[in-house]
Write a protein that binds this ligand. Sequence first.
Ligand code: ATR
Length: 279
Amino acid sequence: MITGSTNIAGLIGHPVEHSFSPPMHNSAFNALNMDWAYVAFDVDPLNLKSAIEGAKSLNIRGLNVTIPHKIEVMRYLDEIDEVAALIGAVNTIDFRNMKGYNTDGIGAVKAIEEVTSIKNRNVVVAGAGGASRAISFYIAKYGAESITILNRNVDKALNLANDINLIEDVKADSISQISNYIGDADILIDTTPVGMHPDVDADAIVSADDMHEDLVVFDAVYNPNETSLIKQAIKANAKPVYGIKMLLYQGAESFKIWTGQNPPVDVMEDALRKTLNLE
Ligand code: ATR
């Protein structure tokens, strides 16, 4: 129940009405009997500065930030977490100190670490956009042995590879060469929208024939749950990691930042699955 002392967290983006974060966070607050509520706010880019100032004045405790505000919002914060600064985008604000964080990459890392450790692994990342940037920096931070970034636009892959100077072995190449890199890879991370609803029948970026049984295959796409790439991974007897897990763990990290408490991850996952009609 909303009371006179309810703490408010939320999401700003444009649009936001299809977000899965409100049911995920509110289920966690309910399960822990916390006097908190999570609300989605549709903020026009022209009003971003006043939205942040207004949220601060209203004592809103924390916000998630999504498209199109993740980069622009950094101008209005007092402090940026070290890795969020390297990534160049913020998806979580803690209003106690007006500090910005990026939990997208750590969400992917935690999802993958349900299946395998990232330390000393050879990782291939497909795509070189915003999601790839967030994930690749965290993969480096968690001690990957090598990262190979593959993209249609090779210059973008090269730029990202140059920026990731946390580890030595970072390469870039065309995504058309992917089959040459998969044999030696331990982990494949697909950050491209290939296979995303409604293009669910699009050919996966790599087929089962090129995969091996020890390969961990993570697709950041969560709609559909079982993408064409995940289908290929299952066919190859490789180890699939579903995009829903990244959504879950980025939310869990934000929850920790705002409340200082460990969230009930299983409750949050159930809420996500229900919202995504997976049950
Ligand atoms: P996001 O924030 O989700 O990462 P983005 O910044 O627009 O979105 O990046 C999308 C990434 O997916 C890019 O790396 C893009 O490749 P290009 O830089 O060459 O455009 C990649 N991508 C998009 N559609 C693709 C497709 N059909 N095949 C392969 N890569 C694709």
